[in-house]
Design a protein around this ligand. Structure first.
Ligand code: SF4
Ligand code: SF4
Length: 354
C-alpha cells in the first residue's frame, strides 16, 4: 500500500528467549513445549532491544515464550539492558519455578534485581496439567510483596473448566494476598483458549463467540503494527498473536538481518495488516462471508487470533480478499485517520499474554 500509515503509537517489543517450556499445553499459541530447542540468544535480544530503544517509539519490552525464565541469566541481563535504556519490562511466565514460597521469592528477587516492572502469570485447566495452580498463587504472593508495579493472572477459558477467575479470587490464600496488599495492581483476567487450526472449534461459554449479532462490536487488532515480536528462532513477527508463528505473511524479517525499523516499515506497507489493525479479523471474515456465503464463521471463534488464522489460511477467504479488497480501501484509510486522531484503548483483547 503506497499511502503511508498515519498511525503513531507507543510500541511494544515482544521477545521470546526460547520456545522451550516446562509445560506441554495442547493448543499452545506459540507451539512451545518440552522438546523445543530454539533459543534466541542474548546477543539477538540485545540487538533487538537496542534497535527498539533507538527508534524512540517503543515503551515496553515483554519477555514471553515458551517459558522465558528458562533463559535465566540471559533473561536477567536483557531485562537490565532494556531498563537501562528507559524501556519498561514485563515477563509472562507459567510460574513453574514457584514450587515453594522460598523459591517463588528467590525468582521474584532476581527479576526485581534486574529491574523488572510487571509480571503476568498464565494458568487454567490446560496449564494446570503441568504447573499446579498453587504455584501461580505462591508466585503472585511473592510478586505482590515486591516492588513490581503490576501483576496479571491470565486464565485460559473454554466452556467446561474448573479453574476460573472467580475460583481463583475465592481461594483463601488469594484473598489473603489482596487484603495484605490492597493497593497493589493485581488483576485476574480470562482469555479464550483457542485451537491453532482455523476450522477446529472449542466449546465456549454462551455469548463469547462472534456472530452476526455481535461482530460489529469487535474493534481493530491493537497488537498488529504496534507489537513487534522477536521469536526464539530469530524471525521477526508483526504482532504477538496466538498462532502467529504459523503464518508466513505475519513474518516481517529476521533479527540481525532486518532492523526493527525495517520490519515495522514492511508491516506498515501491508494493506491486510492495516485493515486488521482498523477493523479486526472478525469483521473482515464477516465481510468476506457476505461475498461468499459458503464461508461459515458464526459462533466458531471466541479468540480473535483464530479468526485471523482463518483469514490467512482459508483459500476461499483469501480469494475474496484478493478479488475485492479495493472496495475497503477508503474505509481503512478513514479508520486509520480516526485512530490517529481519536485513538483510545481497544476493548477486544488479543495479546499473547497467556
Ligand atoms: S501455553 Fe504457555 S505454559 Fe503452555 S506450553 Fe505454551 S508457553 Fe508453555
Ligand atoms: S488478530 Fe492475533 S494473529 Fe491476527 S494480527 Fe492480531 S494479534 Fe496477530
Amino acid at each position: 500500500m503506497s499511502i503511508p500509515t498515519p498511525l503513531h503509537q507507543l510500541r511494544t517489543l515482544s521477545v521470546m528467549p526460547t520456545y522451550k517450556c516446562t509445560a506441554e499445553c495442547s493448543h499452545c499459541g506459540t507451539l512451545s513445549g518440552r522438546s523445543e530447542t530454539s533459543w534466541l540468544g542474548l546477543e539477538n535480544m540485545i540487538t533487538a532491544i537496542d534497535q527498539a530503544a533507538a527508534q524512540g517509539d517503543y515503551r515496553v519490552v515483554v519477555f514471553t515464550g515458551g517459558e522465558p525464565t528458562l533463559a535465566a541469566n540471559d533473561l536477567f541481563t536483557a531485562i537490565r539492558h532494556a531498563q537501562s535504556l528507559g524501556l519498561s519490562t514485563r515477563v509472562v511466565s507459567n510460574a513453574y519455578w514457584a514450587s515453594t514460597s522460598i523459591q517463588a521469592e528467590r525468582m521474584i528477587a532476581k527479576l526485581i534485581d534486574a529491574g523488572l516492572k510487571e509480571i503476568n502469570f498464565s494458568t487454567g485447566d490446560e496449564h494446570a496439567r503441568f504447573v499446579p495452580l498453587d504455584n501461580v498463587v505462591r508466585a503472585t504472593a511473592a510478586a505482590a510483596a515486591s516492588p513490581l508495579s503490576a501483576i496479571v493472572v491470565m486464565v485460559e477459558t473454554v466452556r467446561d473448566r474448573t479453574i476460573t477467575a472467580k475460583a481463583i479470587e475465592a481461594r483463601e490464600d488469594f484473598a489473603a494476598i489482596r487484603s495484605t496488599f490492597p493497593r497493589k495492581r493485581l488483576e485476574v483476567l480470562e482469555s479464550p483458549w483457542m485451537p491453532l487450526e482455523p476450522m477446529k472449534t472449542n466449546e465456549y461459554r454462551d455469548g463469547s463467540t462472534i456472530n452476526r449479532h455481535n461482530v460489529a462490536t469487535r474493534t481493530g487488532c491493537n497488537s498488529i503494527l504496534s507489537t513487534t515480536a522477536i521469536q526464539a528462532d530469530g524471525r521477526i513477527g508483526a504482532c504477538c498473536g496466538l498462532g502467529m508463528r504459523t503464518v508466513p505473511e505475519l513474518q516481517v524479517g529476521r533479527v540481525g538481518l532486518t532492523t526493527i525499523g525495517e520490519a515495522d516499515h514492511a508491516a506498515g506497507e501491508d494493506y491486510l495488516k492495516r485493515w486488521i489493525r482498523v477493523e479486526g479479523p472478525e469483521r473482515i471474515l464477516a465481510w468476506a462471508a457476505t461475498h461468499e456465503p459458503s464461508i461459515e464463521w458464526e459462533d466458531m471463534y471466541a479468540h480473535r487470533c483464530q479468526a485471523c488464522m482463518r483469514l490467512y489460511k482459508d483459500p476461499l477467504v483469501r480469494e475474496v480478499i484478493a478479488a475485492r479488497y479495493k472496495e475497503k480501501i477508503a474505509d481503512v484509510l478513514v479508520g486509520e485517520w480516526l485512530l490517529y486522531n481519536y485513538a483510545g484503548e481497544d476493548a477486544t483483547p488479543n495479546s499473547h499474554d497467556i
